[in-house]
Design a protein around this ligand. Structure first.
Ligand SMILES: [Fe+2]
Length: 241
């Protein structure tokens, strides 16, 4: 190889490397755009709709108290708990992966903060339903959509005391349903069900007591009318990438 060809080769390799690098960086940035990985540790996120947006299935007064008091308290207490610790700058996914070492204040309030942001995100009216890809994955994992719905609803109805039910994309990229106590979630190292959450329901009494009193099963059935499948489909696409 003469000197000119050598210089051209080096230049070409440099351009290709730079292009590959910027593409990779672009994909990384884009892949995080709509996930929970951008969760702010400094600013309490706005509710993405009005308090009455989910009426009559979830009433406005419940939404107001749930978001503005319960959720806000989790956020404030989480920010206070991580202040001055190594968790202050850490993405919450990483914090959750080692939550068994982080202490109860970070576990309970960090979970409470994250879980509610996801819950608000997957609620909404007027979406069309599971995408073709998600439907195929649901059929493969559960046999049919009805069986999946029954499994998820049972997990929600039978969670003893306070907690959450989940649909997750497992590390093997399959779907699984489970539930967690208190404010735990499937990103936590302590969770019995592990994976990336794409659908969830809050079964703490504060989520339904004003309208449904002790009838948690009625609230769980009503929940299916306000699942925002467009968001769930998007979270599924991102989780299986
Ligand atoms: Fe809640």
């Amino acid at each position: 190889m003469n000197r000119i060809n050598f210089v051209k080769t080096i230049a070409l390799v440099s351009v290709l490397s730079f292009t590959a690098l910027t593409t990779m960086c672009g994909q990384t940035t884009n892949s995080k755009t709509n996930t929970m990985e951008n969760l702010s540790l400094t600013e309490f996120p706005a509710l993405p709709y009005a308090y009455d947006a989910l009426e009559p299935y979830i009433d406005a007064r419940t939404m107001e108290i749930h978001y503005d008091r319960h959720h806000r308290a989790y956020f404030n207490n989480f920010v206070a708990a991580i202040k001055g610790t190594s968790y202050e700058k850490m993405p919450v996914e990483q914090t959750f992966a080692e939550i068994s070492r982080a202490g109860d204040a970070i576990r309970n309030n960090g979970g409470g903060y994250y879980n509610h942001v996801l819950f608000w995100k997957i609620l909404g009216k007027g979406s069309s339903g599971p995408s073709a890809e998600l439907s195929a994955a649901i059929d493969k994992a559960f046999g049919s959509f009805d069986k999946f719905r029954e499994s998820f609803s049972t997990a929600a109805k039978t969670r003893f005391g306070s907690g959450w039910a989940w649909l997750v994309v497992t590390p093997e990229k399959t779907l699984a349903v489970g539930s967690t106590p208190n404010q735990d979630n499937p990103l936590m190292d302590v969770s019995p069900v592990k994976g990336t959450p794409i659908l969830t329901i809050d079964v703490w009494e504060h989520a339904y007591y004003l309208k449904y009193q002790n009838k948690r099963p009625d609230y769980v059935e009503a929940f299916w009318n306000v699942v925002n499948w467009d968001v769930v489909n998007q979270l599924y696409r991102e989780a299986v990438k």
